[in-house]
Structures are given as structure tokens and as C-alpha cells.
Design a protein around this ligand. Structure first.
Ligand SMILES: Cc1cc2nc3c(=O)[nH]c(=O)nc-3n(C[C@H](O)[C@H](O)[C@H](O)COP(=O)(O)OP(=O)(O)OC[C@H]3O[C@@H](n4cnc5c(N)ncnc54)[C@H](O)[C@@H]3O)c2cc1C
Length: 283
């Protein structure tokens, strides 16, 4: 279908984008367009103005500063996938980007667009939860920082005001983390995706963070699995026991033409085990 008529404005700076966003209650940011444009074509989204942020240098690139890694929101999935810095310092993030869609999607789609859109089957949210990322956001009222664990609130619903832009995601370097995903064959969205990150000292797991996507309306942590891992040795019995309770107690599991709720529930355990095995292999 053809979208309804809209105005197109290209911002050249972050502040100009915020000013353009604030000047109309029906304005929307356009990044890679790979979620927004399909919605507009279906007329599920009918913005009056599109503010293109695709050429703002401040929101692009991957850097290390004061021991933290930062990925600009305008960085494409392909740039994340092929980043030498991420491959060295946080390989799980590059792995995740390489699992998204197909080459066209990865060449256009951006980290910020994926996080803001918060599709229930999107990949990055699970990984951002596991690596405990925080998002730097700028809007009409200035800057604020939101932790990934507070950002994803419901299906397509995040902690972001209409005049705010995600500028970057920041996190500590991490080796012992892995992402395991059951692909939907056509789109490659996650039927189930699990990201696991582990901290081990003196041979025992000190902390664990598990992010789950595809299971319910939005990405969540799995605290029961995390608790089951703490204080244990990172070995197969520990992984099997923790994966065995993954998804327990989770209500309103998604059910659609790709997978029933019962199948998804079973796959949460399988992919939690795989993600944990991947994280342990990187210790
Ligand atoms: C065929 C196909 C397959 C796909 N497969 C997968 C997959 O396997 N896994 C997966 O995770 N995703 C998948 N996607 C989605 C893809 O990753 C999109 O690129 C992503 O969801 C949106 O990013 P974008 O840059 O294209 O955002 P856009 O479509 O431009 O924008 C999406 C939304 O985010 C807002 N927005 C954009 N940037 C910002 C920002 N910096 N701050 C605040 N708001 C912002 C926009 O206003 C809009 O509401 C697929 C998409 C397609 C079309």
C-alpha cells in the first residue's frame, strides 16, 4: 500500500532533530526505515512529518571511552556486526547484529531504531538486558540516562517521550556472554532469543544476567534462572538445572502462526541452555 501524505525533513544535527520533533505533535524520526516504513505503508502509522536522522554524525559510530563501549544509535546492524572493537571487547553484541534479518535489513536498520521500535521479536533488547546497557537519551528537557532493564515496558512501548532521541547505548566490555536464537525462517526475527552474561570468580558464578526476547510482548530478564546460577560452578549440570526452570512462571507467552505458546515455552529452555553454554565457553 501507499502511505498517507507526509512532510520530509532532514536534520543535520541532534539539536535540529529535537527541535523538528518538538515542532509537530505528529512528527516521527526516520532512521533506517525498516520498521517505520512498513508500518506507514500499512497505514498503521501516519506521521505528518518524518525527521530523517540518518545523516547526523553525533549518533553514529562505535567507540571506547573511559573503559566503556558506546554505540551510536544511528549505527547500522552491519556496522555493529563487523566492528573490530566489538568483536574484541563485547563479541555478543556483534554476534547479535549478525543474526538480524538479511543483508539489506542489516545495511539500513539501526540500533536506535530497533530499540525505540521494541518489536516483541527484536534481537538487540535481549542482549542489551544481559550486558546491562544504559541508553543516553536527549530531548527538549535535556539529557537523561535509562537502564535497559527500565527501558522496555510493553509491546512496542519504551521509556521515551515524543520529543526524545536515543543517542547511544553504553556498556562495560564483556567476554563471557552469548546470544542464542531460534529464527523465524522468512524474516529471521526471533521466535525465541536468549542472551546470557556471566561473571565468574574463584571458580564460582558471582552474577548472571539473562535477557529473553520473542516470548512475551517485550524483552525481559529471567531472575529465577539468574538466581539458580549464582554461587555454582560454571559446568554442564549447573547449566542444565538453570535452563530447566527458564520461562517457568512466565505468563501470556506469545502464540502465532510461527509457534504456539507451548512450543515457545519449550524453546525458552533449549535456547537458555545454548546461550549459557556459549557464555561459559567464552569464560
Ligand atoms: C524483512 C525484515 C526482517 C527483519 N528481521 C529482523 C530480525 O531478525 N531481528 C530484529 O531485531 N529486527 C529485524 N527487523 C527490524 C530491523 O532490525 C529494523 O531495522 C529495526 O527494527 C528498526 O530500525 P530502523 O533504523 O530501520 O528504524 P526506523 O524504521 O527508521 O524507525 C523505527 C522506530 O524507531 C524510531 N526511532 C528510530 N531511531 C530512533 C532514535 N535514535 N531515537 C528514538 N527513536 C528512534 C522511529 O521514529 C520509529 O518509530 C527486520 C525488518 C525487516 C523489514
Amino acid at each position: 500500500m501507499i502511505p498517507t501524505e507526509f512532510d520530509y525533513k532532514r536534520a543535520t544535527s541532534l539539536d535540529e532533530a529535537i527541535q523538528l520533533l518538538s515542532s509537530s505533535s505528529e512528527a516521527k524520526l526516520l532512521a533506517g526505515g525498516h520498521s517505520l516504513i512498513p508500518l506507514m505503508k500499512l497505514r498503521l502509522s501516519e506521521p505528518e512529518t518524518l525527521v530523517d536522522i540518518g545523516r547526523i554524525p553525533d549518533i553514529k559510530g562505535i567507540r571506547e571511552r573511559e573503559g566503556k563501549i558506546g554505540i551510536g544509535a544511528g549505527t547500522t546492524h552491519h556496522e555493529v556486526e563487523t566492528s573490530d572493537l566489538l568483536r574484541e571487547k563485547a563479541p555478543v553484541v556483534a554476534d547479535c547484529a549478525g543474526e538480524i534479518g538479511d543483508p539489506q535489513v542489516r545495511n539500513r536498520g539501526t540500533l536506535g531504531g530497533s530499540l525505540a521500535h521494541a518489536d516483541p521479536a527484536a534481537d538487540y533488547p535481549a542482549v542489551m538486558l544481559a550486558i546491562d546497557a544504559e541508553f543516553h537519551i536527549k530531548g527538549g528537557n535535556g539529557w537523561r540516562t535509562v537502564k535497559a532493564s527500565d527501558f522496555f515496558q510493553d509491546m512496542f512501548t519504551v521509556d521515551l517521550a515524543d520529543d526524545e532521541i536515543i543517542v547511544n547505548a553504553m556498556f562495560d566490555p564483556i567476554q563471557s556472554a552469548s546470544y542464542a536464537k531460534l529464527h523465524q525462517r522468512a524474516s529471521h526475527y526471533a521466535i525465541i532469543g536468549v542472551a546470557a552474561a556471566l561473571g565468574v570468580e574463584n571458580g564460582l558464578i558471582q552474577w548472571a544476567r539473562l535477557g529473553l526476547t520473542g516470548a512475551i510482548g517485550y524483552a525481559v530478564r529471567m531472575p529465577n534462572v539468574e538466581e539458580a546460577l549464582i554461587g555454582k560452578q560454571p559446568e554442564q549440570d549447573t547449566i542444565d538445572a538453570a535452563a530447566g526452570i527458564a520461562g517457568d512462571g512466565l505468563e501470556d507467552i506469545n502464540s502465532d502462526l510461527h509457534a504456539s505458546a507451548e512450543y515457545r515455552r519449550a524453546m525458552i529452555k533449549v535456547f537458555t541452555r545454548r546461550a549459557l553454554e556459549g557464555a561459559v565457553a567464552r569464560l
